[in-house]
Design a protein around this ligand. Structure first.
Ligand code: PEP
Ligand code: MG
Length: 323
């Protein structure tokens, strides 16, 4: 069905048996908000805040960040805005923050690791801006941490949220607590998903990094692109395990890696139990159309077949046969 004409739907979509799947947009900058609205996004499932820090020579201050988060909240007054805290290092260097060269940047100091270490001041400033934005009347704010691999990292990050709240209270500034979650991007997070899920409100699977780490294949190296693919059964099983852990702990679970925007796998993702899919805005109309044609029982059967496959090509065949 790829490439067919589909109408833009601005209302939330359901499967044929009435299960609502949130279809949201990934956002780099607030300049992309209009496009997300035009394509019918239900909300923003991943606001990559790195972009606020790029193309300048010092970080944005608390007020500037606050304004940008409120702008995104106001664009979706009925929807949800998931903001990811600063995720730099690896493929996302920021010149004025990146002093040290690392030999293996993807296995190095990136994501939440930096926020809890050398960028801890920036992390607290960002959380203060986010907690202030959460007190804004429009939209629902959710905040998530990237590249979490241990319970300790999550607990430390949650402590910084508490500290930000206390400092705002001490300053007499209005704030609210957003929903809190983590990205599932490392095999360690998958293995510890139960313990992590019991401490948060939601998960969002970053399949770009999760595939890279599960398959030990760089997302930037063409020579191993055949391995860096979320359709490998190993990655599908990691997704399945994360979904179960989230739901067992009453947390919702979304996906914001590129896989979420591929309409040929929408039925599979619904079958795996994802509650939300977030993608680049252009693919939203097609994914929404796929959701409305999906029946959750057949989708679950499809997912079971894919999960019992031995190879990626078997998974592909199973998906093609179901279309
Ligand atoms: C991912 O890793 O899948 C993800 C959504 O994050 P990013 O692509 O920004 O690393
Ligand atoms: Mg990532």
């Amino acid at each position: 069905t790829a490439g067919r004409d589909v109408q833009v739907r601005h209302d939330p979509v359901q499967t044929t048996d009435g299960v609502e799947i949130e279809v949201a947009a990934n956002l780099g900058t607030t300049a992309e908000l209009d496009g997300a609205i035009e394509q019918g996004a239900d909300g923003i499932g991943l606001y990559r805040t790195e972009f606020l820090f790029l193309d300048r020579d010092q970080p944005p201050d608390e007020d500037e960040q606050f304004e940008s988060y409120v702008e995104a909240l106001e664009a979706f007054p009925e929807g949800r805005l998931v903001v990811r805290t600063l995720d730099i290092g690896g493929d996302k260097p920021i010149p004025y923050l990146d002093a040290k060269e690392e030999e293996n940047p993807f296995l190095g100091n990136r994501g939440i690791r930096r926020s809890l270490d050398e960028d801890s001041d920036l992390f607290e400033t960002q959380l203060r801006a986010l907690l202030r934005a959460a007190a804004n009347g429009d939209g629902r704010l959710s905040v998530m941490f990237p590249l979490v691999s241990t319970v300790e990292e999550l607990e430390t990050a949650l402590d910084v949220v508490d500290a930000a709240a206390e400092s705002l209270a001490a300053d007499g500034i209005d704030y609210d607590r957003p929903e809190l979650g983590i990205m599932i991007e490392t095999p360690a997070a998958v293995m510890m998903a139960n313990e992590l899920a019991s401490r948060v409100d939601f998960f969002s699977i970053g399949t770009n990094d999760l595939s890279q780490y599960v398959m030990a294949a760089s997302r930037e190296n063409d020579a191993v692109a055949h391995l860096h693919d979320p359709l490998h059964p190993a990655v599908l099983r990691a997704i399945d395990r994360s979904v179960d852990a989230a739901h067992d702990n009453d947390a919702w679970i979304g996906m914001c890696g590129e896989m979420a925007g591929d309409p040929t796998v929408t039925e599979l993702l619904v079958g795996l139990g994802l509650d939300e899919l977030s993608m680049s805005a252009v693919t939203i109309p097609e994914v929404k159309a796929e959701v409305t044609e999906t029946d959750t029982e057949s989708a679950r059967a499809l997912a079971e077949r894919a999960l019992s496959a031995s190879t990626k090509s078997e998974v592909r065949e199973i998906i093609t046969d179901s279309q």
